[in-house]
Design a protein around this ligand. Structure first.
Ligand code: NAX
Length: 331
């Protein structure tokens, strides 16, 4: 019988590794849930210096998890060390939004972080590194990162809108009294912000149209759409902290679909290429189809009604404005 050889380890970098999302994400990665049960990993964990003591506790827990797939764990505060030879980079660490801060202030605080991380990725990461930006404002942070990483293909940099996608799937399944696995055709357009457009106008659940059950366009506008747009805020209000378990699960879903392929249409914020009239230069969430081996394509040919177009234009306008603000800060 031929000897079974396991694949070479994947170098997976997580930034903000001592934070709450990372704490929920690490068990999913280490157990093989995301990259497969035979895929060994080298973990590269990045934190800012004040959080390194907390990170060393997280590392002890990873070791104590005795995960057979984890071949090594590195902890550092230097992006040039953390991103070295990275195959996958999960950028969770970001400057948090404080009370009274506007989106513009958040952008200004995060720009230097994503500029420095883009430059480091460009220098030391694997040339085909797959990047998912989670830290907010995620779409525009991805745009900044890509700008400062000119040797990494822009399509290899993405931002997370899978949590919004999953929230929409779950609410449709609940209203249609069915399982999430029977729901098709849900997607998120635009920015991971309160302007995002969770689109269920063409969705089906167990083959049945969803729109009539959701109260038609009026019902969507009054109920479903604001529910999804404000779900993150509702979790913060109830829990006193932002979504972490569901965010980690969504990161796992995003990477699994991207790396291993997915028969369903999913949502990812990716570089706009002119599809659906969205101008190049922003990272925009589209419905995408992922093909095994790390490629994806924006689903084409969707006939958008006037109702959807209005929401898509509004979230695009927000991203164009964020891009202008970021470009002004580059000066
Ligand atoms: P935490 O505050 O628990 O953790 C963030 C960690 O990042 C901290 O340990 C901090 O020390 C570290 N950090 C800060 N700057 C860093 C830098 N320059 N390099 C490396 N590490 C750095 O936040 P958590 O709840 O984990 O959320 C992290 C980010 O995810 C936030 O920006 C949050 O807004 C964003 N989210 C994005 C979501 C999405 O769907 N795109 C959903 C969940 C979440 O709200």
């Amino acid at each position: 019988m031929p000897a079974m050889t396991s694949p070479a380890p994947l170098n997976v970098c997580i930034t903000g590794a001592a934070g709450q999302i990372s704490y929920s994400l690490l068990p999913l990665l280490c157990s093989g849930h995301v990259f497969g049960p035979d895929q060994p990993l080298n973990l590269h964990l990045l934190e800012i210096p004040p959080a390194l003591p907390a990170l060393s506790g997280v590392v002890m827990e990873v070791i104590d998890g005795a995960y057979p797939l984890v071949k090594s764990v590195m902890q550092t505060s230097d992006p040039n060390v953390a991103f070295r030879a990275a195959h996958v980079a999960i950028l969770v660490g970001a400057f948090p939004r404080r009370a009274g801060m506007e989106r513009k202030d958040l952008l200004a605080k995060n720009l230097p972080i994503f500029k420095a991380q883009g430059q480091a990725l460009n220098q030391v990461a694997n040339r085909d590194v797959k990047v998912v930006v989670v830290g907010n404002p995620a779409n525009t942070n991805a745009m900044v990162l890509s700008h400062f990483a000119p040797d990494i293909a822009p399509a290899n940099i993405t931002a997370l809108t899978r949590l919004d996608h999953n929230r929409a799937l779950a609410q449709v399944a609940k209203r249609m009294d069915t399982s999430v696995s029977d729901v098709r055709g849900v997607c998120i357009w635009g920015n991971h912000s309160s302007t995002q457009y969770p689109d269920v106008t063409r969705a089906t659940a167990s083959g049945k149209e969803v729109l009539p059950k959701m109260g038609g366009f009026g019902g969507l506008a009054e109920g479903f759409i604001p529910l999804i747009q404000k779900r993150g805020a509702a979790v913060i209000q109830a829990r006193g902290m932002s979504s972490a378990m569901s965010a980690a699960n969504a990161i796992g879903d995003h990477l699994r679909s991207w790396m291993l392929g997915d028969s369903r249409i999913v949502s990812m914020a990716v570089p706009a290429d002119g599809s659906y009239g969205i101008r190049k230069g922003v990272y925009f969430s589209f419905p995408v189809r992922c093909v095994r081996g790390g490629s994806y394509e924006i689903v084409q040919g969707i006939d958008l009604d006037e109702f959807s177009r209005k929401y898509i234009d509004a979230t695009a306008a927000e991203l164009y404005a964020e891009r202008e603000e970021a470009l002004a800060l580059f000066e």
